[in-house]
Design a protein around this ligand. Structure first.
Ligand code: ZN
Ligand code: ZN
Length: 408
């Protein structure tokens, strides 16, 4: 495809094919040992051991994160692309988000790209970055802060989804921005039978806040989401609760719209607290930004998918209600994040469904991940080979994020 690595899809396919059984073993090892946010020790060790056996130098516990790692190949001064590997799972339902397939596809793309660079003595560098804790832990936000993407030209990864009809994937998968907060209401304890008038009921404040937010839902954009639980509701019925807590996520198509809705939610809670004679405070987690992938990279990826006779949709009609910390990465540097589709039992089985965990462990899902990894590697090689592509990607990126004028 390019003038430097000179790779073709067939060469990348041969490279991945040669590692197939090793990749299958890694994929199964991660899938059968699901680990939560920042506890992905087994996945970390499995991936690092595999890479070292292949002769790569691996930095374990990279960037101060115990379950992150980094491996790099290529020459020291050339352009640099980063493949992100996720491998965390969900409580109770294991790899129901299929992150074992993300690790596998990015590992396959890394190996194929590194081998293409070596075989052609080409100028460029490729990195595999272990990105823990996507499911709520914001691992990539910590990695951004630690400088993990500094000096990189592009970041590539993908995410599995459920096959719909004859579609093999979605190029420009879009995800929402997401804010998360813990809201605490504080009132005054009192005996609920003997002297309730002395109390200030923090549960009333929480219930009123929840009701205010439920009414607000009619006045926000239909493709926004507000979802919450009352995680602390008091101790027992004969004590007026002095402390209650709501945990909430808010999602919107853009970071700007998200901030606006969050302000309205704050007002809902403050009004409720005032009415109940209570105080309220908010503990906001780092928000996940909306996914803004590089159009130039998307186009290049789509051409490779078409050349491989795969049916990828260029862009879905609506923004998915899911969110990812890859959104934050996409604000930092040109990024790719297609969806690749795997076979599931029935159409209602999607990510975060227990049966999606089963689907993510099959040989056919593994094959889909390798096929996707090959397309990602072809796109990565184009970026390494083609300085005008890199220039286009960065021009687009700077225009989109004009407040972030310089390459990080
Ligand atoms: Zn998920
Ligand atoms: Zn996921």
């Amino acid at each position: 495809m390019g003038s430097h690595t000179g790779t073709t899809l067939e060469q990348l396919a041969r490279s991945i094919e040669a590692h197939k059984e090793g990749l299958w073993a890694v994929n199964q090892e991660i899938h059968t040992h699901p680990e939560l946010n920042y506890q992905e020790v087994h996945a970390h060790n499995t991936l690092c051991d595999f890479l070292e056996k292949q002769g790569y130098t691996v930095t374990r516990h990279a960037y101060g994160l115990n379950t992150s790692f980094e491996a790099e190949a290529g020459t020291g001064t050339g352009p640099l692309i980063v493949y992100n590997a996720e491998y965390d799972a969900l409580p109770e339902i294991g790899h129901a988000c299929g992150h074992n397939l993300i690790a596998t596809s990015s590992l396959a793309a890394f190996l194929a790209t590194a081998e293409a660079l070596k075989a052609n003595n080409a100028n460029g560098r490729v990195r595999l970055l272990g990105t823990p804790a996507e499911e709520g832990g914001g691992g990539k936000i910590a990695l951004i802060k630690a400088g993990a993407y500094q000096g990189a030209d592009a970041c590539l990864m993908g995410h599995p989804g459920s096959r719909v009809g004859t579609l093999d994937g979605v190029v420009n998968a879009r995800c929402m921005a997401r804010a998360g907060t813990t809201i605490t209401f504080r009132g005054v304890n009192a005996h609920a039978g003997n002297a309730p008038w002395l109390g200030r009921n923090a549960l009333d404040a929480a219930v009123a806040a929840y009701t205010n937010i439920s009414m607000l839902r009619q006045q926000i954009h239909p493709n926004q989401r507000v979802h919450a639980i009352i995680s602390k509701g008091g101790e027992q019925p004969n004590i007026i609760p002095d402390l209650t807590e709501i945990q909430m996520f808010v999602r919107a198509e853009t970071d700007t719209a998200l901030q606006d809705t969050c302000q309205r939610i704050i007002a809902c809670c403050e009004g409720a607290a005032t009415g109940a004679g209570c105080s309220v405070d908010f503990k906001w987690a780092e928000s996940y930004k909306d996914l803004q992938c590089s159009p130039a990279m998307n186009d290049r990826f789509h051409l490779h998918a078409q050349a491989d006779n795969l049916n990828y949709l260029a862009s879905p009609p609506t923004v998915s209600g899911a969110s990812t910390d890859q959104g934050n990465v996409s604000y930092e540097l040109p990024s790719l994040h297609p969806g690749f589709l795997i076979d599931v039992e029935s159409p209602e089985v999607g990510p975060h469904h227990p049966k999606f965990a089963q689907a993510a462990g099959t040989r056919s899902a593994f094959d889909a991940a390798l096929q996707f990894g090959k397309l990602m590697a072809a796109t990565g090689c184009d970026i390494l080979d083609d300085s005008s592509l890199r220039e286009n990607m960065w021009t687009e990126h700077r225009q989109k994020f004009s407040n972030k004028a310089s390459k990080i």
